[in-house]
Design a protein around this ligand. Sequence first.
Ligand code: SAH
Ligand code: DHB
Ligand code: MG
Length: 221
Amino acid sequence: MSDAIWKAVDAYVTELLVGEDLAQARTLSDSEAAGLPSIAVSAPHGKLLYLLARLRGAKQILEIGTLGGYSAIWMARALPAGGRLISLEREPRHAEVARANIARAGLEHAVEVRVGAALDLLPALAAEQRDAFDLVFIDADKASIPEYFDWALNLSRSGSLIVVDNVVRRGAVIDAESADPNIIGVRRFNERVASEPRVEATTIQTVGSKGYDGFTLALVV
Ligand code: SAH
Ligand code: DHB
Ligand code: MG
């Protein structure tokens, strides 16, 4: 079993079930053309985020790590009229590409991309007295996942769902001796979740066009 078959099955599932539209496909091709790294979620994973938002009836969504807007577009497609998605992105160039992609997808009324380091932007967001977020997708730098999780929890309510991407990293997560700041961040996050009575969580390993990785789902209880 190797990456080749994982990719082929992702392509098959995407073609048959996922229903990626032209604006989403163009989001990926334009992101690549603009030199952004190819680290957006896969199409089936994007559809999962969309389905989770639908299941949750999410009206307010927060994303940390926009890149070219691919996952943001998936989640925003699940919003009801008047719903909003705020996405935080450190790189101005990524935000610019994302805004163009979001506009082409017809979602500029619903999606706001804020530029800056997430840990600088989150305090201001928390001070805005807005409605709690129903869904938070954490997908920026991995070293700060524990801090993003704390903010997500603060900005949520009972029933909110927090999704954290890239928590398995080809199994590297189980290496307690790892010196990789990404792995250290993920492990610190796992310990944080394990001792947090406000959430019930699990982690699912995934294979696909993005290799072997996984995500955590944490329900705020
Ligand atoms: N969610 C996107 C992929 C995000 S890739 C998708 O699936 O389509 C990670 C993004 O996080 C990159 O664009 C990177 O620039 C951004 N990022 C990294 N560190 C950050 C930080 N400290 N604050 C905000 N964004 C950050
Ligand atoms: C990386 C970041 C991601 O969000 C991802 O899905 C895959 C890889 C990275 O920084 O390498
Ligand atoms: Mg990711």
